[in-house]
Design a protein around this ligand. Structure first.
Ligand code: HSE
Length: 346
């Protein structure tokens, strides 16, 4: 065997992209950690991002990004959506055409509602659907976890509902829990951004054994409470000594919200992901406390610290991405992407 021949035999020959699809994917936002389940628990929320992907008609990759904060994102091949799509094409052994990528997101950036995880899942699912879905959800989950560095947000956006996941840096395992039907959430989204990287830098490199044991107990109890629907346990379970205390200086008002939200009828409260959004879990059928009182408690507590926040009631989202595949030539009377998804946007 000569050298060139052996090279040929080990080089993967990519299939040309010949399909002519336009794929639209709607993906839910997420809240991670749920208090004690740092990097391992996530829940999808009813707030969404949409992506549309097709092979470019002009021979050049084109981005059209819509929504708050999208202006500052790159619109060349350094864009995360493009890089993620490239990963799928490479993984599937298909040569990537130039793409048209449009995205609209109602998920605020860098607020702890999983906007980057949602974007990763949107691009993975769209690129996969564009080439006939050769990769299964478990493969997409593994790719997403590697990209994001933890499985909590991406798992929730990919599978919907509540995700319990374990990641060892190589492989990821998960179980999905159907959110209890009475569970509702209230989020308070501060006007300021907090980069996940900064919030992770606030964490210590080591932890006291007693604190680790405390979190194992709370996180396990929370999973059991959510799986069994024993909502009364949540107030005892939604406690954390692993990340929230260290992040508290970055989110003034957070400690008071965590300590007192149950006085205003919440089942429990947590920092949503790396923050700065705060999330309260509520029993939609409970008679104790009024929703308006809880909302103004969150607003007022943050306002006292000089922080403006938007409050929103969000139901858990029970489904993962919703995918629509059609011919790229479908015109729908000249409708634009934003017009196509208009009926679904909040
Ligand atoms: N589990 C992650 C964290 C979520 O708390 O840092 C944010 O991406």
């Amino acid at each position: 065997m000569n050298g060139a021949g052996s090279m040929e035999s080990i080089m993967a020959v990519k299939k040309a992209y010949t399909d002519n699809r336009r794929v639209t994917v709607k993906v839910p936002a997420s809240t991670a950690n749920l208090g004690p389940g740092f990097d391992s628990l996530g829940m999808a929320l009813s707030m969404y991002a949409w992506i549309e992907m097709s092979a470019s008609q002009t021979g050049e990759t084109v981005f059209r990004l819509h929504g708050d904060g999208m202006d500052g994102l790159p619109t060349d091949k350094s864009n995360l959506l493009y890089k993620v799509a490239q990963l799928v094409f490479d993984e599937a052994g298909v040569s990537m055409p130039e793409l048209t990528i449009e995205m609209y997101s109602e998920i605020p950036l860098a607020r702890g509602l999983g906007s980057s995880a949602t974007a990763i899942i949107a691009a993975l699912v769209a690129a996969n659907a564009l080439i006939g879905s050769p990769l299964d959800d478990l493969k997409l989950f593994e790719l997403a976890t590697k990209l994001e560095g933890h499985p909590d947000n991406v798992g929730a956006s990919l599978f919907g509902g509540i995700i319990v996941a374990a990641w060892d840096g190589e492989t990821v395992q998960h179980a999905r829990i159907e959110p209890p039907a009475r569970l509702e959430t209230l989020v308070a989204i501060p006007a300021f951004e907090l980069a996940t990287e900064k919030a992770r830098h606030a964490l210590p490199s080591g932890l006291a054994m007693a604190d680790a044991v405390f979190n194992v107990g709370c996180s396990s109890l929370l999973v059991a409470a959510l799986a069994s629907g024993e909502l009364g346990l949540i107030r005892h379970a939604m406690k954390d000594r692993l990340h929230q205390p260290y992040r508290a200086p970055l989110i003034p008002g957070m400690t008071e919200i965590l300590e007192r939200a149950t006085d205003f009828g919440a089942l429990g409260a947590a920092l949503s992901g790396a923050g700065p959004t705060m999330i309260a879990f509520v029993d939609a059928e409970s008679e104790s406390g009024s929703k308006a009182e809880l909302e103004s408690f969150l607003q007022e507590t943050l306002r006292k610290e000089g922080i403006q926040a938007e409050t929103l009631w969000l139901a858990p989202c029970v489904s993962g991405p919703v995918v629509t595949v059609e011919s790229a030539d479908a015109d729908h009377d000249g409708e634009t992407f934003l017009e196509r998804i208009k009926g679904e946007r909040a």
